[in-house]
Ligand binder design. Structure first.
Ligand code: AP5
Ligand code: MG
Length: 222
């Protein structure tokens, strides 16, 4: 089963995809996280991508598409994946369709996680990550037990540089001007489901599970 999570920066794609991947036993592939790992490891791809990410711009398709396709092709992903943050351009959607068709698969469901602009700004402004493993918290909505420390591994928490200032604004502009156009592509194929992502993490998760169950017949419970 191949499920896409489409939503603005801060919509909760990563938060929800992590939980869903455990409940549905599907791997979670997040293009933003792959870039982050590449920066940490100082790979050639990481060095090329970082200047775009720092500015809040999309990384060019010729870098992004092969990176994600390599992960989709991994044998452990043959049962399907939850894709978070990919595709974001028409070219990416075409590359994904071509690759899935090559392995006799297809996108089953594209879920649009809809969140108001006000809520997005609040989520981005308060988001903090742990240095060791990128566990995600929010100073108000999901605070760590000890301020500045990850509950799971004790490492220090930090704010992502592109969650503030011009880079954050640029990410929102690109999403609302460009990525939202993909919604029509999946709507025309009757694969799009709209989910209100404004409520609490647990409430959104319950809605997502019921949408996935209804649309695919796959049963997973919280
Ligand atoms: P990426 O890392 O994918 O960033 P994004 O799409 O902007 O999305 P975010 O990760 O910011 O938000 P999210 O929806 O995952 O929210 P989260 O769950 O963390 O991409 C970064 C960059 O990489 C891009 O700018 C681009 O440069 C590049 N890139 C990535 N993919 C690319 C592609 N395909 N093509 C080209 N370039 C690409 O939640 C946010 C916060 O809210 C957290 O603190 C969380 O705790 C909290 N929260 C979540 N849900 C709720 C809730 N229901 N109630 C209250 N708080 C909540
Ligand atoms: Mg994310």
């Amino acid at each position: 089963m191949y499920i896409l999570l489409i939503g603005a920066p801060g919509a909760g794609k990563g938060t929800q995809a992590k939980k869903l991947s455990q409940l549905l036993a599907l791997r979670h592939i997040a293009s933003g996280d792959l870039f982050h790992t590449a920066f940490e490891e100082q790979t050639e791809l990481g060095l090329k991508a970082q200047r775009y990410v720092d500015l809040g711009e999309l990384v060019p398709d010729e870098i992004t598409i092969p990176m994600v396709m390599r992960h989709i092709e991994e044998p452990e992903n043959i049962q399907g994946v939850i894709l978070d943050g990919f595709p974001r351009t028409f070219e990416q959607s075409q590359a994904l369709d071509a690759e899935l068709s090559r392995i006799k698969r297809q996108v089953d469901l594209a879920i649009h996680l809809k969140v108001s602009r006000e809520e997005l700004l609040a989520r981005l402004a308060g988001r903090i990550f742990c240095q060791a493993n990128q566990h995600v918290y929010h100073i108000k909505f999901r605070p760590p037990k000890v301020a500045d420390r990850c509950d799971l591994d004790g490492s220090k928490l930090y704010q992502r540089p592109d969650d503030a200032g011009e880079a954050m604004r640029r990410r929102l502009v690109i999403y609302f001007n460009q990525t939202v156009q993909l919604l029509d592509y999946y709507r025309q194929q009757h694969k799009l489901r709209e989910v209100d992502g404004n409520s609490s993490i647990d409430q959104v998760q319950a809605i997502l599970l019921s949408v996935i169950n209804d649309s695919t017949g796959r049963v997973a419970k919280v």
